[in-house]
Write a protein that binds this ligand. Structure first.
Ligand code: KPL
Length: 297
């Protein structure tokens, strides 16, 4: 397939490299204006991908969106006029709510939503480490997307394991709850994911999870809070040495994805007049940290 990856950060570069090795024609769309971007995965050979090639974009069959949630709208909108109407768009980023704000522009296109549990770390401008083997789950956002189940097979062949999920909202919410629990806490406590597996955090994690599960129900998704608490603790253990993406963003004074993680849950709770004090407090603390940079810098 002709695939363009919008957002060649750690995760985007990892998928670009793996799909290239599987024989697909991969082009990147990054912020830099240079016509090539080099990517090296672990000890592999360096590959020079085309960057910002309009020609590649116009003939691409699949656009994979891996930019940060808050960048999706501004990064994607200018590209839509160059995309073939049948080109499939796959959103593969942390958080929820980005596609809803683009529903008018995307309604007539085949759109997929995905979630990835692979760990990736960019150690310099061209080298990416695959720090944790995970999986990719893909499902349809709209009717046209329902006809694109083969995309999960393409990913499973190129970067196994990948699976089609007929109720992708369930998988997205599961990942969202994991991110609601791990990301802001690790950023605020300035710790690695593994620290949250300590018993002292269990009650706090369970409160965050229970609140998010209540909000998922308003979105038509039933989740089991005790099972999800176990999942959160297991993710903290299996990624013990990692700094979460929000920890990295806050540490480097970059805008975080809080609006699309705990912020997404807070919006649902507000709409339905439900109190979710734990998620609200994490949301407010991260927002305060972000606001303090512009005041002091
Ligand atoms: O998705 C993650 C992130 O850091 O954004 C987790 C699962 C917490 C792994 O670090």
């Amino acid at each position: 397939m002709n695939i363009t990856i919008l957002g060649p950060g750690a995760v985007g570069s990892l998928y670009a490299y793996k799909l290239h090795l599987a024989g697909h024609s991969i082009s990147l769309w990054g912020r830099t204006s240079s016509s090539k971007i080099e990517v090296t995965l672990d000890d592999g050979e360096s590959i020079a991908f085309n960057n910002q090639s309009l020609e590649d974009l116009e003939r691409c069959d699949l656009l994979v969106v891996t930019v940060k949630a808050w960048q999706v709208k501004s990064a994607l909108l200018p590209l839509l006029t160059h995309l073939h109407p049948d080109a499939i768009i796959l959103f593969l980023h942390n958080g929820m709510g980005t596609v809803d704000s683009l529903s008018e522009q995307l309604a007539h296109r085949p759109v997929l939503l995905g979630t990835s549990t692979h760990g990736a770390l960019k150690v310099n401008s061209s080298t990416v480490h695959h720090t944790g083997i995970g999986q990719t789950l893909i499902g349809a956002w709209n009717k046209k997307g329902q006809q694109c189940e083969f995309v999960a097979e393409v990913f499973d062949h190129g970067f196994s394991p990948a699976q089609w999920h007929s109720i992708i909202q369930q998988a997205l919410w599961t990942k969202l709850v994991i991110n609601c629990a791990i990301n802001p806490l690790t950023a605020i406590l300035d710790c690695r994911n593994g620290q949250l597996a300590n018993h002292e955090y269990r009650e706090q994690l369970f409160s965050i999870v229970k609140e998010a599960v209540t909000c998922a129900r308003f979105d038509g998704v039933e989740l089991d809070a005790p099972v999800l608490l176990d999942t959160v603790v297991n993710v903290a253990k299996s990624t013990a040495q990692n700094y979460s993406s929000m920890h990295q963003d806050i540490y480097n004074k970059r805008q975080s994805e809080i609006d699309f993680i705990n912020g997404y849950v807070v919006n649902i709770a507000t709409k339905h007049h439900v109190d979710i004090p734990n998620n609200l407090s994490l949301y407010q603390k991260i927002k305060q940290i972000e606001a303090s940079w512009s005041q002091h810098d």
